[in-house]
Design a binder for this molecule. Structure first.
Ligand SMILES: NC(=O)c1ccc[n+]([C@@H]2O[C@H](COP(=O)([O-])OP(=O)(O)OC[C@H]3O[C@@H](n4cnc5c(N)ncnc54)[C@H](OP(=O)(O)O)[C@@H]3O)[C@@H](O)[C@H]2O)c1
Length: 325
């Protein structure tokens, strides 16, 4: 089968012929139609990220964290899933014609006619649902702030916050061009951080929950806008891995700063999160139309160019690779 691998120096993505995966009793073999690319794919190519969660069951040279496709075969211990069914999942080495995935990590696709969109959903959905409802202990009526709101992950967070009953959803971007889309997705206010400082624009007591995808000085600036007992979930560090925090404000407002990552998560934790998302999914999709915004779609053979698109400033939403027609 064809699979995308990181090879050479400097490292590049190369389509390579490799052996198809064997299917263990708890696994399902999926013919991958489309795979979503993520920032972590770029970091892995640079050697700056090593996945260690139980849903990465292939070598570190494989590319891709999420995919959508059709079940080809099921392992002996799998029930309730049959060949021909359409599924999506966060799983290691997703940019390949076939993947073997533990059945407890599979999610039903929102629309079998749209496997392009489906491929861009699993990682963002799992990340943001876990951050919001797990780490941040979100409750309907909370006011939510999402930094990097137009990103591949953040734009799902904006929609989830709206769908789960946030009183206000504030999203940040450095580009005024993305403000319209963010409002369409459910943001009640958009802050253009190219011209506005978050704490100055919002004042104190503006959010109860923050999903922070940026870190660095952006994280430091969030404290001034936090409500007493606010929960800030630190998800990504695109603006920097270090922050100079005003600990007086942190303490005085009893703000909770919570880090999160998939790295190191074991099977039980991943299965439990997927089960929670599977249960919530019908409502989120049918009632609230939570959907990924697709920035661009390219063929597997154009993976290097897809990586460049993923790294460009104007990126809005997801970059998707077509694997098998
Ligand atoms: N912890 C986890 O479990 C987990 C899971 C998935 C992803 N992540 C991480 O979460 C972060 C977001 O992922 P993503 O896929 O949404 O990334 P993305 O699509 O590449 O970017 C998110 C947005 O952040 C803004 N941004 C980028 N660099 C910035 C900078 N230096 N300063 C301020 N804003 C900047 C951009 O928005 P504007 O151009 O609109 O400003 C961009 O669209 C990444 O670091 C990723 O690795 C973590």
């Amino acid at each position: 089968m064809r699979a995308l691998l990181t090879t050479g120096t400097p490292p590049t993505w190369t389509v390579t012929e490799i052996a198809p995966p064997a299917v263990a009793p708890d696994q399902v073999l999926v013919e991958v139609t489309t795979a979503g690319l993520n920032r972590a794919d770029l970091l892995m190519r640079e050697g700056a990220y090593v996945p260690s969660s139980a849903d990465w069951n292939v070598g570190p040279d494989r590319v891709g964290f999420e995919m959508a496709g059709r079940v080809r075969a099921v392992g002996d211990r799998v029930t309730g899933i049959a060949p021909g069914q359409y599924v999506m999942a966060q799983t290691g080495g997703a940019c390949a014609e076939l993947v073997a995935v533990d059945h407890r990590l599979l999610l039903p696709v929102p629309d079998p006619q749209d496997l392009v969109a489906a491929a861009g959903l699993p990682s963002a959905l799992l990340t943001e649902y876990d951050a919001l409802t797990g780490a941040a202990r979100f409750r309907p009526g909370d006011r939510v702030l999402i930094t990097g709101g137009a990103g591949g992950v953040g734009h799902i967070g904006v929609q989830l916050a709206r769908a789960l009953g946030a009183r206000t959803v504030i999203a940040t971007t450095r580009s005024q061009d993305k403000a319209g889309l963010l409002r369409e997705l459910g943001a009640t206010r958009v802050i253009d951080t190219a011209s506005e400082d978050i704490a100055t624009a919002l004042g104190p007591d503006a959010f109860d929950v923050c999903l922070d995808h940026l870190g660095g000085p952006v994280l430091a600036g969030l404290l001034g806008a936090a409500a007493p007992r606010a929960r800030i979930v630190q998800i990504g560090r695109l603006a920097g891995t270090h922050a100079h925090l005003d600990l007086e404000t942190l303490a005085a407002r009893r703000i909770q700063l919570i880090g999160t990552t998939f790295r190191g998560r074991d099977t039980d934790e991943l299965h439990a999160l997927n089960a929670r998302v599977r249960e919530a999914l019908p409502g989120l999709l049918r009632t609230h139309d939570v959907r990924p915004v697709v920035d661009s779609v390219l063929d597997l053979s154009e993976a290097e160019r897809a990586g460049q698109l993923l790294d460009r400033p104007g990126l809005t939403g997801k970059v998707i690779l077509r694997i098998v027609a």
